[in-house]
Design a protein around this ligand. Structure first.
Ligand code: FES
Length: 157
């Protein structure tokens, strides 16, 4: 009987020791997890910024074709192409083709843009963004939204 009491104490002290080790390792793990979340921020990177849009012949001449997934207008004028952002430069509404004249119209506050994206009416402070277009090996046009160009630098096929 008297020998079991020291065994109980030893068991308690072992449990206490293992509990301390567990608490210590748990705290280290939580700190490491916090540090990892700090290094890898909680960010969604969105859609691919460089994408194929199809063959040049897929786009009707003298028209702006809207690509809703990419929020881009492809404007074709003969053998020249432009990729214009469909996001208004005022407060970010989606522009649409102007029903009254060639170009684009923002329904939010009435900004108007020429077919090359130049702003000419309403509160929009600058032209629509224009993106680089190139030709892929498969003969498909590629738009790169990471590369802004001047609207004068149209892509010619
Ligand atoms: S958001 Fe387009 S005019 Fe204001």
């Amino acid at each position: 009987m008297s020998q079991s009491e020291p065994g109980q104490e030893e068991l308690h002290s072992r449990r206490f020791f293992l509990g301390g080790i567990f608490a210590f390792l748990t705290s280290i793990g939580l700190i490491a997890l916090g540090a990892f979340r700090f290094v890898v921020p909680n960010v969604l990177y969105g859609k691919n910024q460089r994408f194929k849009i199809g063959s040049p012949k897929d786009f009707p001449d003298k028209q702006a074709t809207y690509l809703p997934e990419q929020q881009v207008f492809i404007v074709r004028d003969g053998d020249t192409f432009m990729a214009l952002s469909a996001v208004c430069t005022h407060l970010g509404c989606a522009v649409r083709t102007d029903p009254d004249k060639p170009g684009f119209f923002c329904p939010c506050h009435g900004s108007r843009f020429k077919p090359d994206g130049t702003n000419y009416a309403g509160p929009a402070p600058k032209p629509l963004e224009a993106y680089e277009i190139s030709m892929g090996n498969s003969g498909e046009l590629i738009v790169d939204k990471r590369t802004l160009i001047s609207p004068k630098d149209k892509y010619r096929i």
